[in-house]
Design a protein around this ligand. Structure first.
Ligand code: XIL
Length: 354
């Protein structure tokens, strides 16, 4: 086994991230057993973000989704922009569609997301609000959205990405500007008020790359919990922007999962994917598989980690090429819905007895 790591700039949205390339064991195909069946036998939920466009237009997408997964996250349709396009108007059509699909196929739903700095409607980002008005807007939104899906959404990403991309500094979001740092605990309290049984998560990314960011997240959630704010867990997005299996990153993730669990909080892998530099090669696919399998194993090493969600499942529909220029092929199924080495690595990691 060879391994090399170096720091590299990320073109596009994200700043910079460590690049680790790991050349691992040869890929061995095994018989297909739907991931949801294996996961259920281990007491786990395995899932994917769902694109509403694909759900509506592509029967193969729906077929594989139902076959393989037992939890789904709306990729976009529960974000502020789509679900609350005008101050006095909500649009639940697409979110209702996903929740209905999940019910039919006996899948849980992770709601995503109630507070984020992106994909907000113009009325919200451009509007002039006093602090009290901003709190009222936040309360109305969270109460309405969480209330509508009360008992139907098992977990919510209440606050998403409240820290800088690669540092522990609070992100200067519209909510922080208008309300102050306590917008975070307000969001959790409002969500709990609307559905006391939903599990409430703080969700963020690249903590496995930035220790400062992880420390800030852990300090935040520990403080919230100590003060009785209703928070249940931490979501680790686990986007691997260079798409390469990185044993170091996976070890760090396992340690961080354990520290979150020791703080009395649940852990979820919420947006797993691994974009590959193009053109894709068999070696890159193997490195990607090692990463996927390693993340599943890391989750399984911690009793409080029971949810693993990838950010899509087929390379036919993925956010990666549009957001990380030069990368693609990030997901466990190819464009023709054939399982890739990453799929079999997940399968193997689920088969391991603990
Ligand atoms: C992405 C979606 O996949 C895209 O379709 C959309 O245009 C932008 O957002 N972190 C998150 C997700 O928490 O909501 C983002 O989803 C990906 C990064």
């Amino acid at each position: 086994m060879r391994e090399r790591c170096k720091a590299g700039p990320i073109a596009g949205a994200i700043l910079a991230v460590a690049l680790c390339v790991h050349a691992g064991a040869a890929f061995a195909a095994s018989a297909t057993a739907p991931l949801r069946r294996l996961a259920a036998s281990r007491g786990l939920h395995i899932g994917t973000a769902v694109s509403d466009d694909a759900l509506v237009s592509d029967p193969d997408y729906r077929r594989v989704l139902r076959r393989e997964f037992n939890i789904v996250t709306p990729e976009n349709v529960m974000k502020w922009g789509p679900i609350h396009p005008e101050r006095d108007r909500y649009d639940f059509a697409a979110a209702d569609r996903l929740v209905a699909e999940a019910r039919k196929a006996h899948m849980r739903v992770r709601g995503h997301t109630l507070v984020w700095y992106m994909q907000n409607p113009a009325w919200l980002t451009g509007g002039a609000f006093t602090r009290d008005e901003a709190i009222a807007v936040l309360h109305d939104h969270i109460g309405t959205v969480v209330g509508r899906y009360r008992g139907k959404v098992a977990q919510w990403d209440v606050v998403n990405e409240a820290f800088g991309d690669l540092d522990g500094n609070p992100r200067n979001t519209i909510w922080r500007q208008r309300i102050g740092p306590d917008y975070i605990e307000m969001a959790f309290r409002f969500a709990h008020e609307a559905d006391p049984r939903a599990k409430l998560y703080y969700n963020d990314f690249l903590t496995e790359i930035s220790a400062a960011k992880f420390d800030a997240v852990l300090a935040l959630v520990t403080d919230l919990k100590a003060r009785g704010v209703p928070i249940d867990g931490v979501g680790f997005q686990t986007h691997a922007f260079y798409g390469v299996g990185c044993t170091g990153c996976v070890t760090t993730l396992a340690e961080q999962f354990a520290r979150v669990a020791a703080a009395g909080l649940d852990v979820a892998v919420t947006e797993l994917d691994a974009g590959l530099p193009q053109p894709t090669t068999p070696a890159l696919l193997q490195q990607q598989a090692d990463f996927y399998g390693g993340v599943v194993a890391a989750c399984r090493s911690v009793r409080r980690c029971r949810t693993i969600v990838s950010w899509g499942f087929t390379d036919r529909y993925s956010w990666i090429p549009a957001f990380i220029p030069g990368q693609d092929d990030a997901l466990p199924f190819d464009r023709a819905y054939q399982p890739k080495p990453a799929y079999f690595a997940i399968q193997r990691a689920l088969r391991v007895r603990r």
